[in-house]
Ligand binder design. Structure first.
Ligand SMILES: [Zn+2]
Ligand SMILES: [Zn+2]
Length: 458
């Protein structure tokens, strides 16, 4: 008989060696130690012993040292556990970047007599510790400081390599502690970012269902339900986040951890990441190319979600046809497209052009074949969109209520950056996105215009 796991907590999802699913596959991710809740940070010494380790190396930055690193050090001392601590310095300003410098700094200061890396922090510290842990082959225990992103349980790091944002496949942490007393005291901006990242699951799930319909990609009802249940708990409690309500913080935290688990269960990022994340990826690439900083991942994803929902909502009104597809395919101008890629991506354009050489996404024959599958099943697509996506107004209201930015200028991107990110996101990797679908059926101009108009109303 098939196992049902869509109603389980993060801890229940990871304690045993997986589940035999109704989709015919076995989904599993074994974490040796996981604790989410009030006062969980007190259990750091217990987690060290549970992981069978003797001498941890604590990794943090100056902010996360203040938030929790000092306390972790004290707990280890009191428990008689020998440890080393390294506070990664910020070379410029206050913000640590996930770059070669940060990883190099952590590696060069790693004490080889240590048998565990304890990452005290959120995004960058966690990502850096994962690279360190994978390369030194010692286990990793993450002790989170903010519910700001969905990477806590994931088996990858989001790093900037040669100025390009990349997702590196690495091993997932062996232990994870998220203390909701600590997390609820994180800067409000980081709580908002966590909610923004969770709202993105609406569009990610919708896009996954469309990809399964049109392209026969792997789909699992149980994993989709797990994410829908997590999202439901988050939106029910969202109003409490402003007041740092423990229930709201716990719902967001569980939701973010479950996102990582869902991705590990499926073996790809479909359950938790879609077009809304590609807005964020593009904006980060634009910022890196311009030598500028960028906003928190979750805040970018929140805005990306609003814009993705705006497009999806409009798509319900259209009726694609093969005549329009053929017209768009025959009038496609490769040179014009190449010039646009150079305008939009600057120094990174070369890599994107090389990717197109490899994937040939612009070729008319492949495009017509993909579009035919979409056109013939459009009614089913409209049904999926209607059932899985709230109205743009509803997303906008949730963001406003929680204090999440809703305008591009609030997060340092221009309206042109929003439109460029939508139109050219289909070219930055090989994932089939909403923008890939819109381009294939020949509706890119209409959707860009619609988004442009909508931007003025938000
Ligand atoms: Zn399944
Ligand atoms: Zn995310």
């Amino acid at each position: 008989m098939a196992d049902h796991f869509s109603h389980l907590s993060s801890k229940e999802l990871t304690v045993k060696n997986g589940f035999d699913c109704g989709c015919g596959r076995h989904h599993g991710m074994h974490m040796k130690y996981l604790d989410i809740g009030k006062g969980a940070a007190d259990k750091v010494p217990e987690a060290v012993l549970a992981l069978g380790c003797k001498k941890p190396m604590v990794l943090c930055d100056k902010n996360t040292y203040e938030a929790l690193g000092r306390k972790v050090s004290t707990l280890l001392s009191e428990a008689g556990i020998e440890y080393k601590i390294f506070i990664i310095p910020c070379p410029k300003g206050d913000k640590l970047e996930p770059t070669e410098y940060t990883v190099g700094s952590a590696v060069l200061n790693f004490d080889q007599s240590c048998d565990l890396v304890i990452a005290v922090g959120s995004g960058v510290i966690n990502d850096t510790a994962r690279v360190l842990s994978t390369t030194t082959k010692v286990p990793q225990l993450t002790v989170g400081t903010a519910p700001s992103m969905d990477g806590y349980a994931s088996a990858s790091s989001s790093m900037v390599v040669n100025n390009v944002k990349q997702t590196l496949p690495l091993k997932a942490p062996e232990g994870l502690i998220l203390d909701t007393d600590v997390l609820s005291e994180a800067p409000m901006k980081m709580l908002c970012a966590g909610l923004g990242d969770m709202l993105g699951k609406y569009t990610a799930l919708c896009e996954w269902k469309l990809a399964a319909l049109f392209r026969d990609e792997n789909y699992c009802e149980e994993i989709a339900s797990l994410m829908e249940n997590s999202l439901c708990k988050v939106t029910e409690n969202a109003k409490g986040l402003k007041a740092r309500d423990q229930g709201a913080v716990e719902a967001v935290t569980e939701g973010l951890v479950n996102s990582g688990i869902a991705m590990a269960f499926l073996g790809n990022s479909r359950p938790a990441s879609g077009q809304e994340h590609y807005f964020s990826h593009c904006w980060e690439m634009f910022a890196l190319d311009r030598g500028k900083t960028y906003e928190l991942h979750g805040l970018q994803v929140g805005l990306g979600t609003l814009y993705t929902v705006t497009i999806l909502d409009k798509l319900k009104d259209i009726k694609p046809s093969m005549d329009k597809v053929m017209g768009s395919a025959s009038s496609f101008d490769e040179n014009k497209w190449e010039n646009e890629i150079k305008r939009v991506f600057g120094n990174t354009a070369g890599e994107i052009l090389a990717l197109e050489d490899r994937l040939k996404q612009n070729d008319a024959e492949g495009r017509i074949r993909r579009a035919a599958s979409i056109v013939s099943r459009w009614d089913e697509a409209v049904k999926i969109i209607s059932e899985s996506i709230p109205s743009p107004q509803c997303i906008y209201d949730m963001m406003k209520d929680a204090g999440i930015p809703t305008r591009p200028e609030d997060i340092g991107v221009s309206k042109q950056d929003v439109l460029d990110a939508f139109v050219y996101s289909r070219n930055i990797r090989d994932k089939y996105l909403l923008s890939s679908m819109v381009w294939d059926i020949g509706y890119m101009d209409e959707m860009r215009e619609h988004l442009e108009k909508a931007l003025d109303s938000y």
